[in-house]
Write a protein that binds this ligand. Sequence first.
Ligand SMILES: [Fe+2]
Length: 132
Amino acid sequence: MTENLINWNDSYSVGNTEMDEQHKKLIAIINKLFKSFKEGNAQEILQDILQEMIDYANFHLNSEEKLMFKYNYPQKEEHEKLHQSFRDKTSELKNLLNSNSKDAHYKMIEYLKTWWTNHILVEDMKYSDFLG
Ligand SMILES: [Fe+2]
């Protein structure tokens, strides 16, 4: 039984149920990727899970942007740029996983952990007073 890479707890709550549920789902996919990596599963399996993560991340980032516009969040443009920086990383993340280096695979997973925990706890938290 592998320990989770990220454990969602109340400190991750941004005060919007829809966003909290999506963040939980994202974290669950990243944990699934980490578990699969730890179990030494085939690269194709890891690639499928990474693709699932990227697809869900795109869905989530778009949903969040729609809400920021709906509630006219004052920092919506700056926040969108942060989302774009993640979208721009997609091919780099896939390349790390396409290499045969386990270190590169781990680096990619660590990047996901660092980016998403920082993004939720620091950047998303800034909209918690604005999104109903
Ligand atoms: Fe965000």
